[in-house]
Unconditional design. Structure first.
Ligand SMILES: Cc1ncc(COP(=O)(O)O)c(C=O)c1O
Length: 449
């Protein structure tokens, strides 16, 4: 047996970031230490203000996580309770989003991306079926959405050979609001995507206005176009903070809604949900019935195995929070967001473009007329040196000359931390303001959101 202090063991010295597959074993404590030390260099998750994804759940959730990390969500036959919990969760979401849970359909997913893909596939398949029945061509499907959609929709169109039709965001129409929508719709449109909580700014797209524009299209052309709501963030915020906004299944044109359980659903990374208001909106031939280890298992998913623990955690959160708990947690985040927005808005350099009124996200840019030798990327970089991860990125398409900086306020960013953040933003801006010319190495954004 060797008794070297752990950091002087031979294995420690040898591994580095070798790409060749290791020949020999090493002791668990050594391997642990190597990996532990490497991930120590990651950013601190709680200070990651770029992500929408949950970074704190608390002791009881952590305990449940440890009790269920070995469950495979696909093994419904072997883990029938986890399967029952999954179904209960999406039926609860159907209820939350104002449809009859008994008549709805849904599933858990690995996140919103998979949920969006399934929602989009259902739209495509229903359109194909209707066209085939009518003896019409099905070779040129298109999907209509704002140019500010999250990258998943670009991927969806790319992977499934669908023409993406982006309605550009402009100063007058900063999100999809129904204006000019008719120009993008034709008989090959499989559906329209509405976003509850635009990734760039957090704002809600007005689903009722989009639906009204589609009602006009139907009145003029007979085309009956469905809406899928991408509620990655807002799907778990609006029901609690803005229950009066009609964006969900109260709008009959909304056939399906996706959300990330791991964002404002308050669960660690790895769970999303998609729900169809009525069974008929999900073509039956997208559901596979797999005979597996003695059971018949209906599945609707892009992948097979995936962790069941996050679904268990989602159920825990639904029980633990209820509507009242979610409202209180999100209200607290919104208060923090608003105080950040006020503080940033009071700085002469910036203009706030999202103040947390929809989802608790704050975004700002340089105020009109402000010209500095430094950029928001430089500010992100300096904040990063203090541990804060505050992304800057250009807006999409014809607003791409605009750079914005964004903070996502989540459960875990309290007033105290927010005050430190503001102090650091002020201090770094003061330092950057002393520059008389741009930094010799301009900072490039490292964030992709
Ligand atoms: C509007 C929107 N849709 C989809 C996604 C993808 O979600 P996920 O990361 O859960 O796959 C995001 C992620 O930020 C988003 O903001």
């Amino acid at each position: 047996m060797r008794f070297d202090p752990i950091f002087s063991q031979r294995a420690e010295a040898k591994t580095g970031s070798s790409l060749s597959f290791p020949e020999e074993q090493m002791l668990p404590p050594t391997a642990y230490q190597i990996v532990h030390d490497e991930i120590m260099l990651d950013g601190n998750a709680r200070l990651n203000l770029a992500t929408f994804v949950g970074t704190w759940m608390g002791d009881y959730a952590d305990r449940l996580y440890a009790e269920s990390f070995d469950k495979n969500m696909i093994d419904k036959d072997e883990y029938p309770q986890t399967a029952a919990i999954e179904e209960r969760c999406w039926r609860m979401l159907a209820d939350l989003w104002h449809t009859d849970p008994e008549g709805a359909m849904g599933t858990s997913t690995i996140g919103s991306s998979e949920a969006c893909m399934l929602g989009g596939l259902a739209l495509k398949r229903r359109w194909q079926q209707a066209r085939r029945t009518a003896g019409k061509d099905t070779s040129k499907p298109n999907l209509v959405m704002s140019s500010a959609v999250q990258v998943v929709w670009e991927k969806f169109c790319n992977y499934w050979d669908i023409e993406p039709r982006y309605v550009p965001v402009t100063d007058e129409h900063p999100c999809l609001d129904g204006a000019n929508l008719a120009d993008y719709i034709d008989e090959n449109t499989i559906g329209v995507i509405a976003i509850m909580g635009v990734t760039y700014t957090g704002v809600y797209e007005p689903v009722t206005k989009i639906a009204a524009a589609l009602d006009d299209v139907q009145a003029k052309t007979g085309l009956d176009i469905a809406i899928h709501v991408d509620g990655a963030s807002g799907g778990m915020v609006a029901p609690f903070l803005q229950p009066e906004i009609e964006w969900d299944f109260r709008v009959p044109r909304v056939h399906s809604i996706s959300t990330s359980g791991h964002k404002y659903g308050l669960v660690y990374p790895g769970v999303g949900w998609v729900v169809w208001a009525k069974e008929e909106y999900l073509p039956e031939d997208l559901v596979f019935k797999v005979s597996y280890l003695g059971g018949e298992m209906p599945t609707l998913a892009l992948n097979f195995s995936r962790p069941g623990a996050q679904v268990v955690l989602q159920y825990f959160t639904f029980l633990r929070m209820g509507r009242d708990g979610y409202r209180r947690v999100h209200e607290a985040s919104q208060l923090v967001a608003k105080s950040i927005a006020t503080a940033v808005g009071n700085m002469p350099e910036f203009e706030v473009i999202a103040d947390g009124s929809d989802i608790p996200v704050v975004a700002w840019r340089f105020a009109d007329g402000v010209s500095k030798p430094w950029t928001l990327f430089d500010l992100s970089d300096r904040l990063r040196a203090k541990g804060w991860q505050v992304p800057s990125y250009p807006l999409p398409d014809n607003l791409s000359d605009r750079t914005v900086q964004r903070v996502v306020v989540r459960n875990g960013l309290g007033e105290e931390l927010a005050t430190s953040l503001i102090d650091d933003i002020r201090a770094e801006v003061t330092t950057l303001n002393t520059l008389s010319q741009p930094l010799p190495f301009p900072t490039k954004t490292g964030y992709r959101h």
